[in-house]
Design a protein around this ligand. Structure first.
Ligand code: WT7
Length: 661
């Protein structure tokens, strides 16, 4: 049975175990329903109450939600706060100050830890170093760092002085970095000489140099380099400084700069349906509230917990559930530099045992690859480690197939830990549809119900509700505090992408298809409805990969990219390519395909490399010249073509494109 089929017939229900219900912040469905009712009756009052209870304000807000310029919603906008103060200073003078904030396990297994008080001092000192570089409130700073304590410190230090950070994942290319520096108008890049992954030393600073050398970075003044390894890297005099140089003589005292609640805390680039990534802009107040609140609601975080989110700080998950949420919640968290399969595929389980992790949050793609590893090598099966410290498991980034869910439940959770399948997006800032560990009965493969105050629904193209049991488009009908504020520098695209006119222009369109179950009204996400792919939980635009391919102008005439289901990565990238020369076959085709793969890795990053490349003399087009993507999706899946091909100009090429290399 395929994953999709098994989801459709899924009828197992797992009520929350008594131990999880007891003492949970939201304990039982009655408590969940009561919060939903509160939000339904007095929407603004509900959010105002939570914002007062969960955020430390320098200046209290008097306005909760301003809808006067919808969809440019404002939350708590006359209030002032500092995000870093809400993560660090808030704990000083409480028992949390001497608590471990971060346990760091390096790639090579070396473990260090840092308390809240120590972290505050490191952040303060780094913030002073940023100020000494002339970086001020409102400036944009690119962070291109490995998973390290220093990465979190860099983000927190920006927040502390009111600079807007934009973290670029360490796997992105020089070109991607160049585009982001320019688009954000960044004044500085914070990076490391190298990053350590799987025992290998991989360059970061050299890629920054290449990215800047591509030109156009007119706003950029300084580059700060964390020396992660002893290996030297090229330094440009007058522009580049090591962390040691920048920190020298800087005091660890730095007063947090209060900013307005709507001040942009960060910009995070993500893929959309055009070739150009979108700079998703988040505000400070609403975002911080959400990071804190969802740590409490979704993870039911308690003082004794050891929280571990495996996401990289280069993604939104690493922002909300590494850099901000756990600190705002005063939790102890584990940060891991390396990869799950090195030196062996039992590393995650070993680390859970070693650090007594209680709440573990990872992606289905990681679970699937570790299932595969455990099936081929008994020695890396989770049963070899004592995982009894765990109490809650989480999943994020893509739908989790019921098989993987059951394995996670049995072999990692010991049939004792609720699994929170959290649906959300870069744009939502944090969880929006998710089970609550002490309340929601679980159904494998379903993200269940919206958080209180999240008015999620499934609608048709006109915004009309669709009955349970039928598929449609996922929307959120009312704004929420941690929502995207705009696309950096492109408010028109913001409106067009997320608030379709046909639905009235104020309803948030998620870009996912979904269906609600007839019995419980549970949401199940069926996948993107736009030209966005989800490969191993990473978002990739098909157009982005297409433009990368056609930018190889000496070789490529035309390209179309679609996704196809993949057992391991969820979706895989499949590219159909027409070359400027005749269609290659055999060894030559393989060799050109490899050349194109490496080209895409250089243009975007290795995660965007097409798994499958097919060559044709042409692409299937309608008479009006539109590429028939639906047809390509069928071909990519290896399905027989059942669609109507009568409008197809050139039916013969379907056979060519079906040919695997
Ligand atoms: C897209 C957002 C959420 C942070 C990491 C990804 C898919 C995410 C789930 C889930 C089904 C999911 C959606 C969404 N997605 N979580 N639990 N079940 N699908 O953030 O890169 O902005 O991607 O990831 O398709 O739109 P992102």
């Amino acid at each position: 049975m395929s994953a999709i089929e098994s989801v459709l017939v899924e009828n197992r229900v797992f009520p929350p175990p008594a131990a999880a219900v007891q003492g949970a912040r939201i304990s039982g469905m009655e408590a969940y329903n009561a919060l939903c009712d509160e939000a339904g009756k007095d929407f603004n009052g509900f959010w105002a109450r939570l914002a007062r209870e969960n955020v430390v304000w320098n200046k209290p807000f008097t306005r909760t939600l301003d809808e006067s310029n919808a969809p440019f919603y404002k939350w708590f906008d006359d209030g002032e706060l500092n995000a870093s103060a809400n993560c660090l200073d808030k704990h000083i003078g409480t028992p949390t100050e001497n608590k471990t904030a971060i346990i760091f396990e390096a790639d090579d297994g070396a473990v260090t830890s840092i308390t809240y008080k120590e972290l505050l001092a490191r952040v303060g000192q780094f913030a002073n170093a940023l100020k000494a570089q002339g970086i001020q409130k409102g400036d944009r700073v690119i962070i291109y760092m490995p998973m390290t304590v220093e990465g979190v410190i860099a983000m927190q230090a920006c927040a502390r002085i009111g600079a807007t950070h934009s973290v670029v994942f360490g796997g992105f290319s020089a070109k991607a970095l160049n585009e982001r520096i320019i688009d954000a108008g960044a004044v500085a890049v914070i990076t490391a000489n190298f990053q350590m992954r799987g025992g290998k030393e991989l360059p970061l600073k050299a890629i920054v140099d290449d990215g800047i050398a591509m030109g156009g970075c007119t706003t950029l003044r300084s580059v700060l380099v964390f020396m992660r390894t002893p290996t030297a890297c090229a330094m440009v005099a007058g522009r580049d400084k090591t962390f040691d140089e920048a920190l020298q003589g800087q005091s660890s005292d730095c007063a947090p700069v209060p900013v307005g609640a709507e001040h942009p805390l960060f910009i995070l680039y993500t893929s959309g349906s055009t070739g150009k990534p979108k700079g998703v802009q988040h505000a400070t107040g609403g975002y911080l509230l959400w990071a804190k609140l969802t740590m409490d609601w979704t993870f039911d975080i308690k003082p004794a917990d050891v929280f571990w989110c495996t996401a990289d700080i280069g993604w939104i998950t690493g922002h909300t559930y590494v850099a901000y949420g756990p600190l705002a919640a005063g939790a102890t968290q584990l940060i891991f530099e390396g990869v799950p399969t090195w030196p062996h595929a039992g590393r995650f389980w070993q680390m859970i045992e070693k650090h007594q992790v209680t709440v573990f949050y990872t992606a289905p793609t990681a679970i699937r690859s570790l299932i595969k590893a455990a099936e081929t090598d008994e020695k890396v099966h989770p049963k070899n480690w004592n995982l009894s410290s765990l109490r809650i498991l989480g999943s994020v980034g893509e739908p989790i197939n019921p098989e993987a869910w059951m394995w996670y439940h049995r072999n990692v959770g010991g049939e004792r830990c609720p699994i929170v399948d959290t649906f959300w997006q870069t744009e939502t800032g944090g969880h929006v549809i998710t089970p609550l560990p002490g309340a929601t009965p679980l159904v494998p493969g379903s993200c269940t119900l919206p958080l209180p105050g999240i008015m999620a629904a499934i609608v048709d193209e006109t915004g009309k509700d669709i009955p349970n049991g039928s598929g449609g488009m996922l929307v959120i009908k009312r704004p929420w505090p941690s929502m995207i504020r705009t696309i950096w520098g492109d408010p028109e695209r913001f409106k067009k992408s997320y608030f379709p006119e046909e639905m009235g222009g104020t309803i948030y369109l998620a870009g996912d298809g979904a269906v609600r179950s007839e019995d419980r009204g549970y949401f199940r996400i069926t996948g993107r409805i736009d030209d966005v792919l989800n490969v191993s939980g990473h978002r990739l635009g098909t157009m982005e990969i297409e433009s990368a391919l056609v930018s190889k102008t000496d070789l490529v005439a035309e390209a179309a990219v679609v996704g196809r289901p993949d057992d391991l990565t969820g979706e895989a990238v499949c590219a159909f390519v027409v070359l400027k020369r005749s269609r290659p076959t055999g060894e030559e085709a393989k060799q050109i395909a490899n050349e194109l793969r490496n080209w895409v890795a250089k243009e975007i990053g290795p995660i965007a490399k097409p798994k499958d490349i097919r060559f044709g003399d042409n692409l299937p087009k309608t008479r009006s010249g539109k590429i028939m993507r639906r047809l390509l999706r069928s071909i990519a899946k290896g399905e027989a073509i059942t669609q109507d091909t009568s409008t197809l100009e050139n039916p013969a090429i379907l056979e060519q494109l079906a040919e695997k290399l």
